[in-house]
Design a binder for this molecule. Structure first.
Ligand code: HEM
Length: 397
């Protein structure tokens, strides 16, 4: 351990490779990821008490093998509160009926019409902001856009008509970003309880269309306990607005920092590959944890039953063995099989929705804000697993 690096938070020791909440890492984790991958690709982190993986192939193998690497920590004897049992925290075979229910629900939606609705929403919002000249991309656009998109997908009243969301978001935000704050856990419990009550009220009095309408009719078919369905809808909702909002702000920030890429977008580069490359390059989810259920090996290193393994997918997405010139944003990159949506039994259920949101926003950006530029200090969230921004001040030029 280096004695010259001061601990950045009470109780935290500086690790020679990986200090997730240090200022340097919050600003840019990729130099540390590259060093770890080159020197210690399967690395035991003493303070986190977990193995860190930075190679694409190792991360991919772990995520695909839910038999050996569990999302359900009860499989190694770590209890999970009932209120956290959901699609995300159960593994196959227990998770399978929920996963099918989720996939069937999304298949039953008219995603084409939803995509067109998103394009209209992005156009309207950007049109209004364009009149102001300058605004905060996160606070004034991406948070509102993704929250409204989710309520429309679910078929429930949006944030404009229902103030509940603002209080909920505050608590959820607080619980996620403040790992060292003693109030954070209480805020999380409070937010989950309130959110579950909201989901129950939706199911009891369902709208005519959308995800909730479908689930109210079909939820009993998988014979999953209703509390687990409710927890899963809450998890779906949260994953569905928070992650895309962070992605959109990271993506626009990346475009502002690599103007050649923004120029390529304006010149009409194909949208599909451009969205995929932005998701690889600026994907907000950087770390996925799994519990090892049986002794195994990763790249020659023995991993014991009960060990925690962290797949650093943010690092895997910049592995030069997998991606040529990985630190460059190349919007026309092909065969871009990144890990930003995960892999296997827990891979992102809403990837199509995330892509549709990105497509809508990139289109609106080119139409309404071709001269967009940074207009003040960018504020990063101090969160190592779900990276994003609090503020991205911009002006339309
Ligand atoms: C660009 C946007 C998005 C990104 C980068 C993203 C990323 C991810 C990742 C990495 C996972 C895997 C978690 C794991 O393996 O433990 C995941 C899971 C999930 N995502 Fe997304 N997501 C996005 C958008 C969405 C949207 C819009 C929705 C809902 C409409 C959604 C719903 C979910 C759900 C329900 C899961 C859990 C699936 C399961 O455990 O079976 N995501 N997402």
């Amino acid at each position: 351990m280096s004695e010259t690096i001061a601990p950045e938070l009470p109780g935290q020791q500086a690790d020679p490779y990986f200090n997730p909440l240090s200022d340097e890492m919050v600003a840019d984790p990729h130099p540390a990821y590259h060093r770890l991958r080159a020197e210690a690709p399967v690395y035991w982190h003493e303070e986190l008490q977990a193995w860190l993986l930075t190679r694409f192939t190792d991360c991919q193998e772990v995520l695909k093998d839910s038999q050996t690497f569990a999302a359900d920590f009860r499989r190694i004897g770590i209890p999970t509160p009932d209120t956290l049992l959901s699609l995300q925290t159960l593994d196959p075979p227990e998770q399978t009926p929920l996963r099918h229910l989720g996939l069937d629900t999304l298949r039953a939606q008219d995603l084409g019409a939803f995509g067109a609705d998103l394009e209209q929403l992005a156009d309207e919002e950007f049109g209004k902001l364009a009149e102001r000249g300058s605004f905060d991309f996160v606070q004034d656009f991406s948070d509102r856009f993704t929250l409204t998109a989710m309520t429309r997908l679910l078929g429930v009243r949006g944030p404009e008509e229902d103030a509940t969301f603002h209080a909920l978001n505050k608590d959820l935000d607080h619980s996620m970003d403040s790992g060292f704050d003693p109030d954070a856990e209480a805020a999380g419990i409070r937010a989950r309880a309130r959110f579950n009550a909201l989901v129950e009220s939706w199911l009891a009095n369902p709208p005519e269309q959308g995800v909730i309408a479908y689930l109210a009719e079909h939820q009993a078919e998988g014979k999953v306990p209703v509390e687990v369905v409710v927890n899963s809808i809450r998890a779906f909702f949260h994953a569905g607005f928070e992650v895309p909002s962070r992605f959109l702000s990271n993506a626009v920030h990346a475009l502002l920092r690599q103007p050649e890429a923004f120029d390529a977008l304006k010149a009409g580069v194909e949208t599909g590959p451009a969205v995929e490359e932005l998701i690889r390059f600026a994907g907000p989810v950087h770390a996925l944890s799994r519990a090892c259920t049986q002794d195994t090996r990763i790249g020659g290193t023995v991993i014991k039953r009960g060990d925690i393994v962290v797949a650093l997918i943010g690092a895997a997405n910049r592995d030069p063995e997998q991606f040529a010139d990985p630190d460059t944003l190349r919007l026309d990159r092909t065969s871009n099989h990144h890990l930003s949506f995960g892999r296997g039994a827990h891979s992102c259920l809403g990837a199509m929705v995330g892509r549709a949101e990105a497509k809508a926003v990139l289109g609106a950006l080119v139409r309404h804000a071709p001269n967009l530029r940074a207009a003040g200090p960018v504020v990063q969230r101090r969160n190592a697993t779900l990276r994003g921004l609090y503020n991205l001040p911009v002006e339309l030029g």
